[in-house]
Design a protein around this ligand. Structure first.
Ligand code: ASC
Length: 150
């Protein structure tokens, strides 16, 4: 009995510790989750972009509010690219699971570039936001060009 409990707990621990699919009830949920996270990210990134590109006046409060959301959301999509999520309602290319290191590098690069945007926006520094925005947009585009079908 005691051994059984130990095994059960070990199995449960391993499941909870496994990133990716273990967090989602089914592959469709993971696909929906990452698409929605990326969509929310694009909304907040876009609002900062409008200020960075001078399409709307810089507003430090609005910039900081968007930065807080962007900071969190930029970390979310990646755990949802687990095994079995390559098929279904998705434009994710097979390369994501074939060139995993390259995909992970691209995801890391995006998060690093976004972190610069977030830091500038949180600090209310319009010039730094302007300087950082292009790098982050380029990192988004790079990943889409390589890993998302048209
Ligand atoms: C956005 C958005 C993207 C990126 C990309 C940058 O605002 O929704 O996917 O920027 O267009 O090139």
């Amino acid at each position: 009995m005691k051994i059984r409990h130990t095994l059960l707990l070990a199995a449960l621990g391993a499941t909870l510790a496994t990133p990716g699919m273990a967090q989602f009830a089914k592959p469709e949920d993971a696909i929906k989750y990452r698409k929605n996270a990326l969509f929310v990210m694009s909304q907040h990134f876009g609002r900062l972009g409008a200020m960075a590109q001078g399409r709307v006046p810089f507003d430090a409060k609005v910039a900081a509010e968007n930065a807080v959301v962007l900071e969190t959301v930029s970390k979310l999509p990646w755990a949802a690219f687990g095994e079995g999520t390559d098929k279904g309602d998705t434009r994710a290319k097979p390369e994501i699971w074939k060139e995993t290191a390259k995909f992970n590098d691209a995801a890391d690069k995006m998060q690093a570039e976004v972190a610069k945007v977030v830091a500038a926006a949180k600090a209310g520094r319009a010039d730094d936001l302007k300087a950082a925005f292009g790098g982050a947009a380029g990192a988004c585009k790079n990943c889409h060009d390589n890993f998302r079908s048209q």
